[in-house]
Design a protein around this ligand. Sequence first.
Ligand SMILES: [Fe+2]
Length: 311
Amino acid sequence: MTDLNIDNFDGKPYDPEKVFDLSCSSDYENWRHNKLNALPEDVEALKVEIENPYSLQVEEIMGIKDRCAVLGLVIYQLRDSSQQDKTLVHQIGRQLGLVSLDGNLRADEDSVSSLQVRPQQGNQYIPYTNKPLSWHTDGYYNTADRQIHTIIMHCVSAAAEGGVNQLLDHEMLYIYMRDENPAWIEALMHPQAMTIPSNIEDGVEIRSASTGPVFSVDKTTGSLHMRYSARKRNIEWRDDLLTHQAVKRINEWLADETITIQHRLNAGQGIICNNILHNRSGFEDSDTQQRLMYRARYYDRIAGTGLLQQV
Ligand SMILES: [Fe+2]
């Protein structure tokens, strides 16, 4: 496990309730300073090895929480990847204080989705195909009270080829944007910034339209949340110049591979993240190797990692 510069995260004092308030620049500047100072130079610092997912050791839990608090994500590696029962996802989540699972339309009965290529009735959902998935945060179409704050994605088996994830901590995107033009942040915090039309399957509405901000601050944890999809279709942006400029600029940042993380999960590895921005390249399965991921999505944020919760 490579060390983070975690002590730097507490360097300059700030009021956690004012960090994302555009009228309080000194609190933002100090939080920004601490965050940038704590970033590791080596992506290896993202990784934590797990001995037993059913009984995490204290230093493993701290390793996961520190990385999620500072970097927005952690990549874990099971020391023994021969045992990959689906229950390990629930159990890792529970030990991090994650209990409120989102049961989406295609999730299994235990609310953990088995992401793999499979035939689908009705609307075709790209996560269950081998096509590329464009940049998004999960559950951007959910209602305000069902926003996703944490994702666990565990790789049981990688594809024969492809299936690479790109990731970008939305707090970093916020920093880029606020530094360049705070008016874009204001536009994206507007309660009508982004609308997802209702989902209709066979003439029946199975999910109603969802309107809300792109950036918001979670009341419980004080942390920044982001709803986003880079899809061109089925997203209605508020008809306002600053909103359109901001979306265009976000897509430019997302296309910049010097600021995103690229990682292909191998069997026995997983990502735990604060629902940061991510995409997935297309992939090919073979007769002997098919991609299978277990994915759980939670309304909770990992305990002790919110801006108002850090000790
Ligand atoms: Fe996703």
